[in-house]
Design a protein around this ligand. Sequence first.
Ligand SMILES: NC(=O)c1ccc[n+]([C@@H]2O[C@H](COP(=O)([O-])OP(=O)(O)OC[C@H]3O[C@@H](n4cnc5c(N)ncnc54)[C@H](OP(=O)(O)O)[C@@H]3O)[C@@H](O)[C@H]2O)c1
Length: 278
Amino acid sequence: MTTSINNHIHNEIDMTISSRFITFFGATGGCTNAALVHTLNAGIQVRALARTPSKLTDMLLAQGISKSTIDSQLTIVKGDIASVPAIKSVLLSGDYALASQIMSGVGGTPQLRWSLKHPVTIDNPEICASTTKNIVQALREIYLEHPSTAAHKPSIVIISTTGVSDVCEDVPFGFQTMYHVALADPHKDKKVMEKIITENATGSDAVFRGAIAVRPSLLTGDQNIKGGKGWKSLRVGQEDKPAIGYTVHKADVGEWIFEETIKTDGQRWFGQKVTLTN
Ligand SMILES: NC(=O)c1ccc[n+]([C@@H]2O[C@H](COP(=O)([O-])OP(=O)(O)OC[C@H]3O[C@@H](n4cnc5c(N)ncnc54)[C@H](OP(=O)(O)O)[C@@H]3O)[C@@H](O)[C@H]2O)c1
């Protein structure tokens, strides 16, 4: 009896170490989808949550990812980010292996309303905060239910925005009214999201091994990885020394995330708020 429990624990630990995979949330979004295309092209295993799995596979096929790559490297869990059980089944594979990294580009759909002060809101104004809250909750439950997984906690990368810094102005003068007045509601949500990942990446109670907030300037284009100027063309800044610019292409943001945080594990960016602009 004892032997079989010990074997089970060892198997769990072995699986945790050996089966590296990354989880994606919001993978049908422009930046995140571009990052996913690069990740699959690099041969990395991925588990992703999608409300409409066929939308995700169609987007990948359209970018030249073959059906056999999708079948062999990508596991899609159908579900909503409001569901902690769905998030848990993305983070933890059937053989008790836990994700090594979490990538989230979840966001709401902007909506205009009759308000001079705050004309832009989003369909779900707390979507980013509740996404990160639910991911934290899912990890806490996993660590309780499968204690060995806590030895290898995942890192997290989230897509936030410029215009939310309390340290330094990172929005160019011409966009400051739009960012600080018109977009105040969506930005409040992004601030809470950043706070949640920061608080949960340090201390004995941390659920993440490290946390990175990517702050792109105004997004242009789409997920097509051939549409951008290339990640090396980006200007990259940090919270106290931001790169200030007007726009950035979604495909370039996705490629930067892949090159700097997925391919290389991203440790050099842990704890940072990284501004990206073209
Ligand atoms: N617009 C800008 O200029 C700008 C600038 C800086 C930062 N940002 C932020 O950057 C992030 C990425 O933007 P993006 O344009 O690349 O992506 P996006 O088009 O905003 O995509 C959002 C993603 O979130 C998913 N999602 C939304 N609600 C969900 C839910 N309840 N459950 C599961 N998934 C859900 C969507 O899935 P479905 O396909 O199912 O809808 C989609 O995959 C967003 O948070 C955005 O606000 C935007």
